[in-house]
Design a binder for this molecule. Sequence first.
Ligand code: ATP
Ligand code: MG
Length: 373
Amino acid sequence: MDEVHRLEGIIEQQRRWRHFITADSKQKMLDKKLAEIDAPDRSARTLGFSFGEVEPTGNEVLNVRGLSKSFGSKHLFSGVEFQIRRSDRAFLLGPNGCGKTTLLKILIGKEKADSGSYLFGAGVQVGYFDQTLSSLNNNNTVLDEIWNLHRDFTEARVRTLLGQFLFCADDVFKKIETLSGGEKARLSLLKLMLSGANVLLLDEPTNHLDIPSREALEAALLDFGGTMLVVSHDRYFINKLSTRVLSIGMNGAESFEGGYDDYAAKIAEQSAEKPKATKTMGKGGEDYKRRKERESELRRTITAIKKCEERINELDGLITKTNEEMSTPEAAADYARVMELTETLGKLNDEQTELMMQWEELENRKAQLEGEE
Ligand SMILES: Nc1ncnc2c1ncn2[C@@H]1O[C@H](COP(=O)(O)OP(=O)(O)OP(=O)(O)O)[C@@H](O)[C@H]1O
Ligand SMILES: [Mg+2]
């Protein structure tokens, strides 16, 4: 029933928005999900996912000191510092394009930092999940992608494992270049599971997964005996797993205990506290320059909120349209089309969820700026 909770959560989040969006389309999705849950063969399509035992690391897993990175004149971040300990399930959060992927790539040695350093602790074996799913060899078949790495396995064993990751019968002979995003994500996760890694760096691992697969991944990660540092925009996924949130900005990283909701509450609390401090400092007279700056930021924030709302509404229309097309008899009879539509729907929903998060942050900022008046 966890998928129901997830959808209920989305509905609840939407209801909190004051003016602009109806929860109807999500309610329809919830009804549809409830109908699906009653279907008898539902559990047959769940990933058989477990990381098993991994070699233990020491308590200190990763120490990041003063990392900075720019691409040409584009400054991403500087002064990023944090420590990761064995028991951490840490989530890196930050706006689109702030450099989360780049930071993980620095940690796996694929990008070079401009300054700063990082050090993994003793016994660490890193496993990486690539946001762009490009760690697979496009020329391989699904079967060979796994078998080449584990030559000691029998074909039957590899096929059983692939079956647990929902690659059935002839699926295993498909070329990787022909796979959908969801299939590539499942195959990458199977590779990760078999790698024996005890520290997982995961870059948006749920993006291409349907809800049952997301839940199987959540359960496997909850059970995982190692450490993880994850980038995700999926607040339900974050809330379920996170012990710590690391918020990345231009000027470094800030650490918050708990999950996404704890983090959002802390940010709201900080926003509520700041205006008071400004007011006591200002003692009745905010100077002209500061007032102008605040007014200008408020205008920009309001415009950004409007833009966010427009795109969320637009996405609502697209989601409804995609759902409608998926339920037509023509689409239902065409497996490839259904898969394509499912992927589109996943992307639309992800973009919408992320915009909701941005919208909340902008609304908080707006309230803070208005409070300073
Ligand atoms: N190799 C590169 N050369 C130049 N610019 C790059 C390179 N890699 C990334 N960038 C730019 O750096 C910025 C940060 O990219 P990055 O992918 O790290 O962000 P992100 O936080 O992971 O974003 P998202 O949330 O969309 O995944 C983006 O503007 C991107 O276009
Ligand atoms: Mg990224």
